[in-house]
Design a protein around this ligand. Structure first.
Ligand code: ZN
Length: 263
């Protein structure tokens, strides 16, 4: 009951006073984003039944490849919170899930199923860049604020709301981004990738394949939490042209090693 009242109060606060000029709801500071992300990441990593994380010690090669890719993306001049956020990447060992998500403050989780679904390192770089964009542009914080309310999240940052925290990891998986946040994350993914030696157009190829996979459940999971903006593929191609039409280098050798390291 207590939690329900806090949720209601949080919602009232949110509706009455807190919508910012650009339509987003984030009123937290970047250090509060990080604190919130730490709480959620702690919960995820203490829940091996729902989130069986591949340990870095036992999967050194896999993590070296993933950190090499994300490291290049994070060097982009378009990243706003390179130093403030955690930018920690973990793989969840579940080959039947084709998804990825980023908490506030830059804790990124990728399912092994998605790493096996992609057909090039450039496609994987596109997904990581898109998740980095959700964290860096603070979409993840907006999304949680809209769902739980400022008061609930503030309590969480301050150490309260353990009941909410118990289900936070699982609940996070059900939260959808808005289509405008999706489009913005796609655009920034292309911007970041244009600063790397990856081909930003490959991110459109990834979505083309997902759309073709249509009826089957697996590939569509990414789209359930990252809903398609209209004409997504065409828009990514338009952003790619706008930001220089880079074709990148050949990463096939490294990509084969990466996929082999994921057993
Ligand atoms: Zn997304």
């Amino acid at each position: 009951m207590k939690t329900i009242w806090k949720l209601i109060l949080g919602t009232i606060l949110l509706i009455s006073a807190c919508k910012s000029k650009d339509g987003d709801y984030t009123l937290f500071s970047t250090s509060e984003d990080l604190a919130l992300g730490e709480k959620v990441a702690g919960q995820i990593e203490n829940d091996p039944i729902n989130f069986p994380i591949l340990s870095e010690n036992d999967n050194k090669e896999l993590y070296q490849h993933l950190n090499r890719i994300s490291g290049k993306i994070l060097q982009s001049s378009k990243i706003l919170h390179r130093e403030e956020f955690a930018w920690q990447l973990k793989v969840i060992d579940n080959d039947t899930l084709y998804n990825a998500f980023c908490t506030p403050g830059g804790y990124i989780y990728v399912y092994s199923g998605l790493i096996k679904f992609v057909q090039s390192e450039d496609e994987l770089a596109g997904i990581l860049a898109h998740e980095i964009a959700h964290g860096d542009l603070r979409h993840s914080t907006d999304q949680m604020t809209k769902t739980y309310g400022i008061k609930v999240l503030t309590n969480l940052i301050l150490g309260g709301e353990s009941e909410l925290l118990t289900n936070m990891g699982i609940n996070l998986l059900g939260l959808k981004f808005s289509r405008s946040d999706e489009e913005e994350a796609d655009e920034f993914a292309v911007k970041y990738l244009s600063d790397t030696d990856y081909n930003p157009r490959s991110f459109a190829v990834f979505f083309e394949r997902m759309e073709q996979a249509g009826g089957s459940m697996g590939p569509l999971q990414f789209l359930s939490t990252h809903p398609n903006p209209e004409n997504r593929v065409q828009k990514i191609e338009a952003f790619w042209k706008e930001y220089g039409s880079k074709s990148g280098k050949d990463h096939s050798e490294n990509f084969e090693k990466l996929q082999r390291s994921l057993k």
